[in-house]
Write a protein that binds this ligand. Structure first.
Ligand code: ASP
Length: 421
């Protein structure tokens, strides 16, 4: 008899399905059987259509092996801080969904090969899906990372994180650590660990390898291709999740990745990176009263007033094309700037640079005092503005800092080969 968790083959009149048998979720009628396909999707099959159910593989019993964690004097030490997300998720056979359940130590049990490259310390600092991250979480993560960085024996820090907002956290940490003596590497997974196609294992190995390098930057390490061949190491301020489900969803934008990393330990650097500083400096002073607005045809002009009335101090606009907003918004932006609110312009194209004078509307927008943010990604400008507003309230100074390259977020020279890498 097939039990929930078993890999089964279900034969109907016209089709065969292979997947993991899920317990019947309450919302589904009892005359239906639900299986999880390898693609990750659940499907329900009406019982009366089923001709045969064959168990291909019984579900593993959930006992953990007790792996002895050997310490090697020859190896560097990497701290893994886990925060949740799919990389920490298992299928919940009760609901058929995934839930976050793995602690950092479990990662070692999951992929013991990481011990070939480093001694591992592990700490679970959070257990949430990254869509629930807030600026408060960024501060908490930064403080925990700082503690690890200051431990003499630690060579680098890996943060396991949900993928949805991993690029926000990476960018914020890039600004929160103006000085960094060791690498900080964020890693996630697009497919949960109990799926055959999970990217957890290779991503984890490559991120540990990255954390043993002499690099003074915050980075993201994820699958580079749809195969299990190598990972890319991306600059934390130049990376974005560009696909909902592909394992190679993370791409460097307006920049080449820093390096290619193979799970056997090889690493090939593709661009210059920041060398480690002698010390670590943490600056967690941010102003959270910043909004990110995506403009679109027909956007309600009162959106700007809404944020002004709520006391917001900064607004980042993801404009169209070169940084355009509908003409009727320009007056509203002028009003916001007059009130001392910093309005920053980025582009929802992501690739390329904003421009403040190619068209007359851009010139008008620029004359309001809106700050054009070069080739900065909207999400990066959003966290950077929080950081900058934590330092100053003066619009002139805000403009100077927003247009200054602080953590690799502005690339003065974008070459052709940086498009769709
Ligand atoms: N929604 C999940 C998260 O960001 C997705 C993932 O981790 O891949 O936490």
């Amino acid at each position: 008899m097939a039990k929930p968790g078993d890999l089964v083959e279900i034969v109907t009149k016209n089709k065969k399905y292979v997947g993991i048998l899920m317990p019947k979720p309450e919302i589904i009628k009892s005359n239906t059987i639900v299986i999880k396909l390898d693609s990750g999707y659940n499907i329900g099959i009406e019982k009366k259509k089923i001709k045969k159910i064959k168990v291909i593989k019984k579900a593993k019993k959930g006992k953990k092996k007790n792996i002895k964690i050997k310490q090697s004097k020859k190896l560097p030490t990497v701290s893994i801080l886990s925060t949740g997300g799919t990389i920490s998720s298992k299928v919940d056979y009760k609901t058929g969904g995934t839930y976050a359940s793995l602690t950092a130590e479990d990662f070692i049990q999951l992929e013991p090969k990481i011990l070939k490259f480093a001694n591992i310390r592990a700490k679970q600092i959070e257990q949430i899906m990254s869509e629930d991250m807030t600026p408060e979480h960024w501060i908490k993560i930064a403080k925990e990372v700082y503690k690890e960085l200051n431990k003499k024996e630690v060579s680098g820090v890996v943060i396991t994180h949900g993928t949805d907002t991993m690029h926000y956290t990476a960018a914020m940490l890039s600004f929160m650590f103006p000085k960094l003596s060791k690498p900080i590497v964020l890693v996630g997974a697009q497919r949960s660990t109990d799926r055959g196609s999970s990217d957890t294992f290779m991503n984890l190995i490559c991120s540990v390898i990255a954390a043993t390098q002499k690099i003074g930057e915050v980075m993201v390490c994820m699958h580079a291709t749809t195969n299990d061949d190598f990972c890319y190491l991306h600059r934390g301020t130049k990376v974005r999740k560009m696909h909902t489900s592909r394992r190679d969803a993370f791409r460097s934008i307006n920049q080449m990745p820093i390096a290619k990393i193979w799970p056997d330990g090889r690493i090939k650097f593709l661009i210059n990176y920041k060398k480690p500083d002698k010390t670590n400096e943490l600056n967690i002073k941010i102003n959270k009263k910043v909004a990110l607005i995506y403009v679109y045809p027909g956007i309600n002009q009162n959106i700007i007033d809404y944020y002004l009335n709520k006391g917001y101090k900064g607004i980042v606009i993801a404009g169209t094309g070169l940084g355009h907003v509908p003409t009727y918004l320009i007056q509203k932006i002028k009003k916001a700037v007059k009130k001392g609110v910093a309005v920053c312009i980025t582009s929802q194209c992501f690739y390329g640079r904003t421009h403040s004078f190619v068209y007359s509307n851009l010139r008008r927008l620029s004359q309001t005092g809106a700050i054009f943010c070069e080739d900065m990604l909207p999400e990066v400008a959003y966290v950077k503005l929080m950081h900058v507003l934590g330092k100053t309230k003066k619009l002139e100074k805000i403009k100077e800092l927003m247009q200054k390259n602080i953590a690799g977020e502005i690339n003065p020279i974008i070459s052709k080969d940086m498009f769709l890498v």
